[in-house]
Write a new protein. Structure first.
Length: 275
């Protein structure tokens, strides 16, 4: 699974999307997805469901998830920072629902009403009291969701888990900004003033992959783009994406794509020629 970290800059986003397919990723915000029409396959951690019109999914912070539209879909996506809400007794950063998927017959009518209201605010030219209205809609939405969500009391998401999430989040942001530089586990740990062994354990625990695997995947995604969209040489791409040597670049690329970078680029040229 080629998971990547999505570094959302906005604390609040609500928008419509058509026929969305999105690979495995995670971010520090909560994400609510509501199906307006069609169907979409949503995977959250190790659970998957096909959602139809009126259904919803709720993805909590730093949880790996992906989306796939098999045919057609029109959805509302709401992504927001947990700090926008202060809910007594519920830590939105460490909570984990037993079932993140909700069918339309279980949803209170306030939920779609509020989601459409937040959409209308986004499209409205009237900015008066915008933040107040957003927070009101958001608070009511979460209030209705918390009435029907059941949380996993056996989940390992404790206070230490929450601290680990923040640590891994900071590491992911650093990698996102510096993956094309010669960074190492030790360097990132030093930047975060923690032990490299603790960072390594936290990475594996939260993401299910090692620090080096994640770093290589980020570099490979950029290399893939450059191979497809530029005339840079393979050597230039190797060093521009942060690999320490051509040998390492070829080895890691071969492991993931089952071919060399040169073969990958040539196949791209073949597809263009045959179109």
């Amino acid at each position: 699974m080629n998971t990547f970290y999505q570094n959302n800059k906005d604390a609040f986003r609500c928008y419509q999307s058509i026929n969305l397919t999105y690979p495995s990723h995670l971010h520090k915000q909560l994400e609510i997805l509501f199906v307006l029409s069609g169907s979409i396959n949503v995977t959250i951690e190790n659970k998957s469901a096909v959602l139809h019109e009126g259904d919803m999914s709720v993805c909590f912070p730093n949880t790996i998830h992906s989306l796939c539209t098999p045919d057609s879909s029109r959805i509302i996506i709401l992504i927001f920072d947990r700090y926008l809400l202060d809910i007594p007794g519920i830590d939105l950063s460490s909570s984990k629902p037993v079932n993140p998927f909700l069918q339309n017959n279980k949803l209170h009518k306030d939920i779609p009403y509020c989601l459409h209201g937040m959409l209308d605010l986004r499209e409205s030219s009237e900015s008066r009291h915008l933040e107040t209205k957003q927070k009101a809609y958001l608070s009511l939405t979460m209030c209705r969701l918390l009435e029907i969500l059941t949380f996993d009391k056996t989940s390992p998401r404790t206070a230490n888990y929450s601290a680990d999430l923040e640590l891994v989040h900071n590491a992911l942001v650093f990698i996102d900004n510096h993956y094309n530089e010669p960074i190492t586990l030790s360097l990132v740990a030093e930047q975060l003033t923690i032990s490299k062994y603790y960072l390594s354990r936290s990475f594996n625990k939260q993401l299910g992959i090692s620090f080096q695997q994640y770093l290589n995947r980020q570099r490979l995604q950029e290399a893939q783009y450059l191979l497809e969209n530029t005339r840079l040489s393979v050597t230039e791409i190797s060093f521009q994406t942060g690999f320490e040597s051509m040998r390492t670049f070829y080895r890691v690329f071969q492991e993931v794509y089952k071919m060399s970078p040169t073969s990958y680029r040539n196949k791209g040229y073949e597809r263009l020629t045959n179109m």
